[in-house]
Design a protein around this ligand. Structure first.
Ligand SMILES: NC(=O)c1ccc[n+]([C@@H]2O[C@H](COP(=O)([O-])OP(=O)(O)OC[C@H]3O[C@@H](n4cnc5c(N)ncnc54)[C@H](O)[C@@H]3O)[C@@H](O)[C@H]2O)c1
Length: 277
C-alpha cells in the first residue's frame, strides 16, 4: 500500500520544479492528481515561467506511474478558473483529500521602498491571494467528502525570516503563515489539517537563472548562478548548497499522509538549518 493510496491530490504550479515533483511523489505513493499551472509569463517575473510543454511532461510522468491526472492551464489569481479546475477533477475522480498550494513567483531586487507597485501587486496576488483561492476552491470538496483532509501551503524560509530586496515575496510568504494558522483552526472540527512548508533554496528554475544570481551577488556586474553558490551555502547551517525538489515533496507527502494525522497549524522548515542561523 502507498502512503496516500486511493487519495486525490490537487497541486498548483505543477508544470515544473517543486509542483511537478509533488505530483510525482504523491502519485508514486498512490494518489491521483488534479494539476494546474498558468503556463504563461507574468511580465514582472524576471525569469522564464513554465510552458504548456512542461505541464504535458508532468502528465506523462504521473501516467507512467499508472496514476490518473487531469491537468489544466489555469492562473491561481483567477478564482473562477481554479474553482472550475477543482470541480472538473473531483467530478472525474470522485473525491479530494490533499491540497498542495505550491504555485509561486519571485522578482524584484530593490529595497522595499523602491519596489514597483505592479511587482508588489503581482507577487501578493499569486503568492498570497492565489494560495487563498486554492484553499477556498478546494475546502468545500474536502468538507463534503467527510473524510478529513490535508492542506499544505508552500511558504518559504523567507516566510519565517526576513530577506533583503524581495519585500513583496517575504511579505506574501509571511502572510501564508497567517492564512495557514487561521484555516487550521477553522477546519480542525472537520478533521482537515492545514500546515505550511518553508524551504531554503531549492534547485528549480526559480533559482537557476540570471535574476537569482544578481539577487544574491549584487556586488558583481553579470554574475552567473555559480557565483551565488557560496552565498547559498552560507544561508544554510548544514553544509549544503541547496535542497532538491524531492526533499520538499517528501515533507509534503508526510503532511498529506496519515502519519501526520495529528499535525496541524505547523510551520515545517525544510531549510537545512537556515532558520536557526
Ligand atoms: N526554489 C526555491 O528556492 C524556493 C524556496 C522557497 C520557496 N519556494 C516556493 O516554492 C514554490 C514552487 O517554486 P519552484 O521553486 O518550484 O519554482 P518554479 O518557478 O520552478 O515553479 C513555480 C511554478 O508555479 C507556476 N505558477 C506561477 N504563477 C502561477 C499562477 N499565477 N498560477 C498558476 N501557476 C503559477 C509556474 O508556471 C511554475 O510552473 C513557490 O511558491 C516558491 O515561491 C521556492
Amino acid at each position: 500500500m502507498g502512503r496516500v493510496e486511493g487519495k486525490v491530490a490537487f497541486v498548483t504550479g505543477a508544470a515544473r520544479g517543486q509542483g511537478r515533483s509533488h505530483a510525482i511523489r504523491l502519485a508514486e505513493e498512490g494518489a491521483d492528481i488534479i494539476a494546474i499551472d498558468i503556463c504563461e509569463q507574468i511580465d514582472t517575473v524576471p525569469f522564464p515561467m513554465a510552458t504548456p510543454a512542461d505541464l504535458e511532461q508532468t502528465v506523462k510522468e504521473v501516467e507512467a506511474l499508472d496514476r490518473r491526472i487531469i491537468a489544466t492551464q489555469a492562473d491561481v489569481r483567477d478564482y473562477a478558473a481554479v474553482k472550475s479546475a477543482v470541480e472538473a477533477g473531483v467530478a472525474e475522480f470522485g473525491r479530494l483529500d490533499i491540497v498542495s498550494a505550491n504555485a509561486g513567483i519571485a522578482g524584484g531586487n530593490t529595497p522595499g521602498w523602491e519596489t514597483e507597485e505592479q511587482a508588489w501587486q503581482n507577487t501578493i496576488d499569486v503568492n498570497l491571494t492565489g494560495v487563498w483561492h486554492t484553499a477556498k476552491a478546494a475546502i468545500p470538496h474536502l468538507i463534503a467528502g467527510g473524510n478529513g483532509g490535508s492542506i499544505i501551503l508552500t511558504s518559504s524560509a523567507a516566510g519565517l525570516k526576513a530577506m533583503q530586496n524581495i519585500v513583496d515575496y517575504v511579505s506574501a510568504k509571511h502572510g501564508v503563515v497567517g492564512l495557514m494558522r487561521t484555516l487550521a483552526l477553522e477546519l480542525a472540527p472537520y478533521n482537515i489539517r492545514v500546515n505550511s512548508v518553508h524551504p531554503t533554496v531549492v534547485n528549480t528554475p526559480m533559482i537557476q537563472n540570471d535574476w537569482t544570481a544578481g539577487l544574491f551577488r549584487p556586488d558583481l556586474e553579470n554574475p552567473t548562478i555559480e557565483d551565488a553558490h557560496d552565498v547559498f551555502r552560507s544561508l544554510n547551517a548544514l553544509p549544503i548548497l541547496w535542497v532538491e525538489p524531492v526533499d520538499i515533496s517528501n515533507a509534503v507527502l508526510w503532511l498529506a499522509s496519515d502519519e501526520a494525522r495529528y499535525v496541524t497549524g505547523f510551520t515545517l522548515p525544510v531549510d537545512a538549518g537556515f532558520g536557526v542561523k
